[in-house]
Every structure is written in C-alpha cells, then in structure tokens.
Design a protein around this ligand. Sequence first.
Ligand SMILES: Nc1ncnc2c1ncn2[C@@H]1O[C@H](COP(=O)(O)OP(=O)(O)OP(=O)(O)O)[C@@H](O)[C@H]1O
Ligand SMILES: [Mg+2]
Length: 316
Amino acid sequence: MRDSADSYDPASGRIRRGNRGNAKRQKFDNEDTYLKRDRHVQRLQAESATDAADGLPEGDRWSTWDQSTPLERGPRPHPKWLVTDLAAVDTELGILKTGKEADVYLIRRGVPGTGPDCLLAAKRYRDATHRLFHRDSGYLEGRRVRESRVNRAAANRSAFGRAAIAGQWANAEFSALCQLHAAGVPVPYPVQVLGTEVLLEFIGDPDGTAAPRLAETRPDAAGLASLWDQLVGALCTLAEHGLAHGDLSPYNLLVDDGRLVMIDLPQVVDVIANPNGREFLARDARNVATWFARAGHPSASGDALAGLLEKEARLA
Ligand SMILES: Nc1ncnc2c1ncn2[C@@H]1O[C@H](COP(=O)(O)OP(=O)(O)OP(=O)(O)O)[C@@H](O)[C@H]1O
Ligand SMILES: [Mg+2]
C-alpha cells in the first residue's frame, strides 16, 4: 500500500504529495516524505557546479557518471537500465525525503530527446553544521583516512573537515552497498559516489512513486510471512559476512511490490571486530521483530532472530 509515499507527476513535472491522513508532523525516520526544499540544501551538486550546469536549464546538470573514478562506480556488470552515456543530463525531479544526516532527491538521468532514461535516488550527506544528529565521533574513530590533512581537518571541524566527514559517510555507505550487493543482499544498486553524494537505484515505480517504508505498509498474513522470510534471509547473509546493519528499523526497509529492500547503510557494523558486535545484532533483530510481532506475524521473535544471527556470524 502506498498510503503516504509521494509521487512524481510527469505531466506537471511536480511531486504529488501522498495522502497523509494525520497532518501532525513527526520527526526524522518516522517522518513522512515531503517536498519542501531546505534552504541549506544545494541543488544538483557536482564537483564543479558551473561546469556541471553549463548551458543547461536550471536544476539540470550533465551526468556526473564520468566524474567518478571506476572504483567510485557500482559493481560490474553495470545493470542494463543504467544510463552511462556521457551526453546524458541529470534532472532533479524533487526531494524524496529529508533525513537527519542526508537528503534524498529523485533524479532522472537520460539523453534529452533520445534513448532510454533511468530514475536514481541521490542521497546527499550534509556537512556536520547542517546535520540534526550525527554519529561522527564514535563511528569515525575506527576509520583511518590515509591523508593526515583530512584527519586533522576532520578533528578540528574546519569547513574542509566537515565536508570531508560528510564525504566519508557517503563513501562508507557506497562501499557497504557494493559489498552487500555482491553478496546478494537486497539493497539498491549503488550507481556511484561523488563527494558527499551517493547515487542509488531508485526503488519504486517508473512514475517516480517511491516504494513505501515497511512501517507504512499493512501487509496481509501471507505478505507479512513473505517479508519476514526475506528479512531473515537478508540478515543471515549479512551475519555470514560478519556484519550487522547497525541502524535497522521498519523505516530503513522499503517494500517494492512485495520485495523487501534494505537501505540506509553508512554505519554497517563489523560484528567480529566491534566489541559490541553482539549487541548490534540483537538490537537490529529486536527493532524489526517487534514491528513484525505487532503486525501479527506469529513467529517473529527478537531473541530467536538474534540467536540465529549470532550463530550465522559464528559469535555463538
Ligand atoms: N534508493 C531509494 N529509492 C527510493 N527511496 C529511497 C531510496 N533511498 C532512500 N529513499 C527514501 O529516502 C528516505 C531516507 O533515506 P535514508 O534512510 O537512506 O536516509 P537518512 O538520512 O538516514 O534518513 P533518516 O534520517 O530518515 O533515517 C528513505 O526512508 C526512503 O523513503
Ligand atoms: Mg533512514
């Protein structure tokens, strides 16, 4: 059920706001998607905004595909739907969601007037001054950046340092997605990373209607059982690779016509190296099992799922 997702209306070029029922604003993860553009959010960023937009209508930029190095592009083979043509233009169709640390935009990439196009989700990390909440200190401590200039700048939170941290989040999410995609975990195909922006496969309908988050759906018993099985399978694969999502909730799972897709992965946790690995596994398991149990799935148990994941990760 797409009860609160927004949708892109190709006729008017605008995002249609979904049916919200309760107009009261909620916060962050459980906040409905909305279109209002935050003033601090830059439009179609690229390494060089002037070159990128040269000669194009406002809000468009040349495809940034060639600006990412091969390692900053998604795993090969690149999917057939992905437009890699250098003459392609990225058109920003609207904002899908503003979050605590990033804003997600809907982008159409294609060569104007010819050929196929594709929809992408552009997740743009904000620098720390524009973030409402951040996990930088604890999380980034363990990650060593080769250039000490970057480490120093990050430590003293200069403007360059803040942008560098946002870039590290983008890189962390991109590499986690590449690893998980290769492992067969249902995640959006990671198209490319460029600075503080991660471009992802758009999960939703071709008309730009984003897939709802699990929390927004009301599946019937069979649908619930299928989603639970998909979730357990995905989490077991993560655990086999020694990983936990680290921030798993029914808001970081999308449901695309019955298919479960895991998103929001910058903080993926190495449960073997991390001394709190077991707790991360258990917390992820509890967060989702609680939702499934409340929704009426009889065999959803946080403890049982946590036990299974510990075994898969060889922690038990
Ligand atoms: N690939 C995608 N396709 C469609 N929608 C997406 C995609 N990625 C993200 N979204 C939408 O954007 C929202 C925010 O994405 P994400 O959870 O990755 O960012 P976030 O900044 O961590 O947000 P939050 O603070 O709400 O957790 C998602 O809940 C989903 O509605
Ligand atoms: Mg999220």
